[in-house]
Design a protein around this ligand. Sequence first.
Ligand code: ADP
Length: 427
Amino acid sequence: GSRPLYLGIDFGTSGARYALIDKQGAIHSEGKRTYPAVGQTTNWASSWREALFQLLGDIPSVHQPSVSSISIDGTSSTTLIIDRNNGELLAGPFLYNESFPDALPMISSIAPANHTVCSGSSTLCKLVSWWNKHCLNGGDDSAILMHQSDWLLWLLHGEYGVCDYNNTLKVGYDPETGSYPSWLMSQPYSHMLPSSVRAPGVPIGPIKEDVRSQYGFSNDCVVCTGTTDSIAAFLAARTTDPGKAVTSLGSTLAIKLVSRVRVEDARFGVYSHRLDDQWLVGGASNSGGVVLRQLFSNDQLVTLSRDIDPSSPSPLDYYPLPKKGERFPVSDPDMEPRLEPRPDSDAEYLHGILESMARIEASGYKLLKELGATPVEEVFTAGGGAQNEKWTAIRERVLGVPVWKAEQTEAAYGAALLALRGATTGS
Ligand code: ADP
């Protein structure tokens, strides 16, 4: 085929997926790979690299010559320290959920109060923790920081220092001014930060010739900046007007709302990503599918849901959590899970849990509004819970706005849209 196609690859928590789309957004091919096991001689980075090249090889050969651009998303704040002299991994990967509270006192002393970097798992904490251990007595100028998607994209284009303004948020970059703040630039490790921070989905450069020829991609195939996995999943829903939102009902319950106003509140873990001229405000509850998974198999969820009447409110008032502690929409590290009383009927139990999660979701949107965000008008749904039509109906009643299943929910599809954008809008 001579028609150009655009490749998006998502590096999520459990595996990597690709989606290959055309200009209209139709999917021509998709696939996934789980990460090869990490063992004594391998690490996460080599496992991701293997998955990346396996996926490139998985693209049907009939489509490979049509691949015109590539973008990749990765888990936010997943961090690698790389030697820019030879591309070797010096430290990490530090995974998205790894916490380095040892760096917090130093960061709190330089960053504004409640800044998103003031969290033990922020990229900046990872960087500072590493710096304190290795470079306090004179650093090595060749060490640089890369996010997961920077590194994977770098394997394809080979240029150092390029990143996007979504991934850099948690290292302290200010997407509003388009620069690192002075409190960060004055630090001795500032030379490690990505030097060229761009919008997601803009061309970085041509794909390396050896990679291009190995997979037979288009002669003018370009590699484009990526984003984080949750932004990519949001982009997949293709809804970018203020007031539109995407709730992700995966392991956790996460909401993302397009807002005219930038909103931040570290107490609740609420922060805004830039989305062109708007802001994407997000918050994530610890409640979510992980609790459902502890109680029911996916088959049971389907069967039990059949017996739920979504138009009648459940009288059961739970706060489903996998373990102690909640952050959004209630900031309470000591909050205990509440999943009792358990009725005899499993369908009634499930109804109560789904309805309670819908109330958490509604409180989430309410909190964002109170913090100054554009009020929610319409919600699209992603994640495993989006399949559940009964839950959708319950949520519509509780939220009081239209709720839909997003047509596309894969982060890989969102990354493919970035690739499309990069190939068709120019730099
Ligand atoms: P992850 O965040 O792990 O990628 P997914 O988006 O794959 O999660 O969603 C998986 C979650 O969706 C599981 O926790 C599961 O309990 C939940 N789930 C799966 N099927 C249903 C269903 N029919 N109704 C509600 N929840 C479901």
